[in-house]
Design a protein. Structure first.
Length: 44
């Protein structure tokens, strides 16, 4: 029960820091820098 309370408190502190939204990280791997010729390999 205590771990749940601590996690809830932590989530509220993070969401207040980012105006209610949690940050999202997008990792994109490409075959190069030219969008016309180089492939998008992976999005995570």
């Amino acid at each position: 029960m205590l771990a749940w309370v601590q996690q809830t408190t932590y989530n509220q502190a993070i969401s207040q820091r980012f105006r209610g939204y949690l940050p999202v990280v997008v990792d994109i791997e490409t075959a190069g820098f030219n969008a016309q010729t180089d492939a998008l390999l992976e999005i995570a």
